[in-house]
Design a protein around this ligand. Structure first.
Ligand code: ADP
Length: 500
């Protein structure tokens, strides 16, 4: 039986196995007939949609299978149709399965005559899955739209001719043009000639399917120049062909301003460093010369003076002057080391440096009745700056200073494969744990009584060690005294000076 003959199916379903029943049973859509508000006929697919048996459905009110929120609307539709036979009606609404689950159905219904009376015959499709998917799609579309509109960066979409298809609110705020003013405008319309050339070069990359990130300067509607970072990528059509570009635009005006300030600050810093160096030079040269005069005259006066008490006083002057000279020397050295970033390195023998240092300090050690034990076995070659010698001078002279009469200092060098480990061990006063770190700071002195010093020696040691990417630390000697260790890498990655 053809569908157009459904309008009069008098007696067609009365006999099971007749042509109508046969057709509807095989149908992939649900078929039903409702008369006097109850189901009179349903096919197998319709029962599948509702998830029940014939006995659950036939003779039951159709409203039982409609979600409560849709009942009124469907009732109105049905009564309108009963009084208006003719065109089939189409409706989508929420139905209810026999177990109460809600589903979406799409129904095409028609007023017919059935068993001599008016009835409604319809076809139903379960479209729950489709509806859900469309719902999800709509949700995610809204989500993306919100994301794109609300994002802080600008989003610019252009077509295959580099003409603007879309730009978001951020771009409106950044460049001052409304989207309606720019739609269809070429993307390089908003730059000067120089930047337009950069942009065109970058856009050419999109046609080769290449994304890129670059800096650019746009000109806003009010004529303001806006520096930006552009992160652009091509968009492709379904066949994988170039169909346009999209770009994320980040306003970097603030960053550029900061960079400018940083540059100015660096220049100022360089200038004040130069002034500091100049000042250090003046202090060093002029003060030391003047102090030298005082020292020489004091020496002469001590030599000529017979009065013991006066000699004592002159000795105090001499010691103080010598201390000031030491302090100026050390401060000057530290100031220079602190601004030094990459000193020149050359291959040198640390053993020779130690020999020279010990030789120079031997006199002081003898005066204090302190013995220095150092047996050199080899050459200890390393890429160093000659300033390395300051480490040895400071550590060994400290060991002499802080040793008691008859003390013994042991100097040794250990081969630690990639580096040398230098040890200066004394059996003097030792250093309490709480000072083991702070003594490397400037002007940090622990035991001052009767011991000359500037409190800068170990700060110089640490700075020199850092410049050589080595380490320095102090441990306790047993039963008394300190052991200072310094490690120096044997090789520097870039060695620019010749071997000496
Ligand atoms: P200075 O020796 O001129 O005082 P340093 O920076 O060389 O300054 O040393 C800082 C302090 O560390 C010293 O004043 C002293 O208290 C302590 N110190 C350094 N070396 C030793 C040592 N070998 N034994 C005991 N104390 C030491």
């Amino acid at each position: 039986m053809a569908v157009e003959n459904f309008t009069d199916i008098e007696g067609a379903t009365r006999k099971p196995g007749d042509k109508y029943s046969e057709f509807t049973e095989k149908s992939l859509v649900g078929v039903y007939i409702v008369q006097d508000g109850v189901f009179k006929f349903v096919n197998r697919r319709f029962l599948e949609i509702l998830g029940g048996d014939k006995k659950d459905v036939i003779g039951t009110e159709y409203t039982k299978f409609i979600a409560p929120e849709c009942i009124d609307e469907i009732r109105r539709g049905v009564s309108k149709m009963e009084g208006d036979p003719g065109e089939p009606k189409h409706r989508i609404f929420r139905a209810m399965k026999t177990d109460g689950t809600k589903i979406y159905v799409e129904v095409f219904s028609l007023q017919i005559t059935y068993e001599g009376k008016s009835a409604i015959q319809g076809m139903a499709l379960d479209i729950t899955e489709r509806e859900m998917m469309e719902g999800e799609l709509k949700k995610s579309e809204t989500r993306y739209k919100t994301l794109v509109e609300e994002m802080l960066e600008g989003l610019w979409v252009s077509d295959e001719n580099d003409e603007t298809l879309y730009w978001n609110k951020s771009l409106e705020n950044m460049l001052g043009y409304r989207f309606s003013e720019v739609i269809g405008k070429p993307v390089h319309h908003f730059t000067d000639n120089e930047n337009s050339a950069i942009l065109k070069k970058e856009l050419a990359k999109r046609r080769k399917n290449k994304p890129s990130v670059y800096e650019l300067e746009y000109v806003s509607k009010s004529g303001k120049r806006i520096p930006v970072i552009v992160s652009g990528a091509p968009t492709l059509d379904a066949d994988g062909n170039f169909s346009g570009s999209f770009a994320i635009i980040m306003d970097i005006s603030e960053r550029k301003k900061m960079e400018g300030e940083l540059l100015r600050y660096t220049e100022q810093l360089k200038m004040s460093n130069m002034l500091k160096d100049l000042f250090a030079d003046i202090v060093h040269h002029d003060f030391i010369s003047l102090l030298g005069i005082i020292k020489n005259y004091t020496d002469l006066m001590i030599y000529d003076e017979k009065d013991g008490q006066k000699v004592e006083k002159l000795d105090v002057i001499l010691n103080t002057v010598e201390r000031i000279i030491c302090m100026i020397d050390d401060s000057n050295k530290l100031a220079r080391l602190e601004t030094e970033e990459e000193p020149e390195f050359k291959k040198m023998d640390l053993g020779t440096m130690l020999d020279t240092t010990i030789e120079a300090l031997k006199h002081g050690a003898d005066e204090n009745n302190v013995t220095i034990v150092y047996t050199r076995e080899n050459k200890y070659l390393a890429d160093v700056n000659p300033v390395m010698e300051d480490i040895f001078i400071n550590l060994i002279s400290n060991a002499i200073k802080f040793s008691s009469n008859g003390g013994k200092i042991i100097v040794d060098v250990f081969d630690e494969i990639d580096e040398w480990k230098i040890m200066v061990k004394d059996n003097g006063a030792g250093i309490e744990d709480k000072y083991k770190k702070s003594i490397f700071g400037r002007f940090n002195r622990v035991s001052k009584e009767g011991v000359k010093g500037t409190g800068l020696g170990l700060a110089i040691v640490e700075r020199v060690v850092n410049l050589h990417k080595g380490k320095v630390w102090v441990e306790d000697n047993n039963p008394c005294g300190s052991i200072f260790y310094v490690t120096v890498p044997k090789k520097r990655e870039t060695l620019d000076a010749p071997v000496v």
